[in-house]
Design a protein around this ligand. Structure first.
Ligand SMILES: Nc1ncnc2c1ncn2[C@@H]1O[C@H](COP(=O)(O)OP(=O)(O)OP(=O)(O)O)[C@@H](O)[C@H]1O
Length: 338
């Protein structure tokens, strides 16, 4: 992996989970990720793989009553976020780290105008006059492609379309020029044509501002278009990680290979799209020994159910967690700790 000091975000061995009926279950299990300044990291995987728990953990936004971050370090711009107070985190959220969520209607407050909500973000982090904040809000709305920004600034979220609301969310997220933008399924709730526009917008903003971005999605096409590096998650763990070309042209883990085969292709004749049988196991039913994908893997052997594969470098910064690769086979000592 790269030199730690060059990363804007360096997550080391992060684990987080939930208490369910008195027992604790990890939803994110020993995840390490690095993101360089100006780069886009795509996090992909099916629903329930732990992508959102991962992104909420970075911002320390998991619901406190039922969840816990039980280990790890989150280094952002030289600070370990795990050691920051709630006040320090509040300052960071919305200023150095912006977030765009899946459903803008739930993230925006329905009783305030969009202008008021953008101005609140500006007021929380920057010293500005009321007039200056209004001017900046209009400028931000224009920068995210909102027409008639002078009028829209005085409207309420319900008066806007889904795509417009997501643009407002993006305007809020970039209001204070964050170094990192976390976009968690930013287009899932939108129509297909609008999805493409929002992705185009995020791409433009990221490139113009040289911002780092974590893009969480189950849409591999979007990741292929935008990401520099990709982490593939399955059942709370990273199963493959590498440069975007390694992920798409040299996929190694059977889970990633099957995900890619389930995509429609224009350059090949396909009678039927392939699908992955079964579903992601729930937290309570997740196997904690052996490979977590073994139950759905067409090439699983008895060893796959017995030995827990390690995430290992299979060359050129390409990491895989599968016993098909000798580097991933646990040593006798590692096996004892599983
Ligand atoms: N508040 C919660 N209480 C208990 N379990 C939870 C809670 N939130 C998430 N989980 C569980 O944690 C696991 C990971 O969920 P997560 O939402 O991170 O998945 P995801 O990959 O982001 O899925 P999606 O694409 O549907 O958002 C799942 O098994 C989910 O059921």
């Amino acid at each position: 992996m790269n030199n730690p000091s060059s990363a804007l975000l360096d997550i080391r061995h992060l684990s987080a989970g939930f208490s369910i009926e008195g027992n604790y279950y990890r939803a994110v299990d020993d995840v390490s990720l690095r993101l360089l300044p100006g780069q886009v990291l795509g996090i992909v995987g099916e629903s329930g793989c732990g992508k959102s728990v991962m992104s909420l953990s970075i911002m320390k936004l998991l619901p406190k009553k039922i969840s816990r971050m039980d280990s790890g370090e989150i280094w952002f711009d030289g600070k370990n976020l795990m050691n920051l107070s709630e006040n320090e985190l509040l300052k960071l959220r919305g200023s150095d780290i912006g977030m765009v969520f899946q459903e803008p209607m739930t993230a925006l407050n329905p009783v305030f105008t969009v202008g008021y909500q953008i101005e609140e973000v500006l007021g929380n982090h920057l010293v500005m006059s009321k007039k200056e904040k209004r001017r900046r809000s209009i400028e931000l709305l224009k920068s995210v492609g909102i027409p008639h920004a002078e009028r829209i600034v005085g409207e309420y979220p319900h008066q806007l379309s889904g795509g417009m609301r997501q643009r407002v969310m993006i305007a809020m997220a970039i209001a204070c020029n964050p170094k990192l933008l976390i976009a968690d399924e930013p287009t899932t709730a939108l129509d297909v044509t609008i999805q493409a526009q929002i992705i185009e917008l995020l791409k433009d903003i990221q490139q113009q501002r040289g911002m780092s971005m974590i893009l969480i999605t189950h849409d591999l096409g979007v990741v292929a278009e935008m990401a520099d590096t990709v982490a593939v998650m399955y059942a709370g763990q990273i199963v493959e990680q590498g440069h975007v070309t390694q992920i798409f042209y040299e996929p190694k883990h059977p889970y990633l290979q099957l995900l890619l085969q389930s995509l429609p292709r224009l350059d090949e004749e396909q009678e039927r799209l392939k699908s992955i049988s079964g579903i992601v196991p729930s937290l309570v039913h997740m196997p904690r020994t052996g490979c977590r994908f073994a139950g759905r893997c067409p090439s699983a052997s008895d060893d796959c159910r017995r030995l827990t594969p390690q995430l290992a470098n299979v060359g050129g910064g390409h990491y895989v967690r599968c016993l098909n690769f000798s580097a991933c086979v646990p040593t006798a000592r590692e096996e004892e700790t599983v």
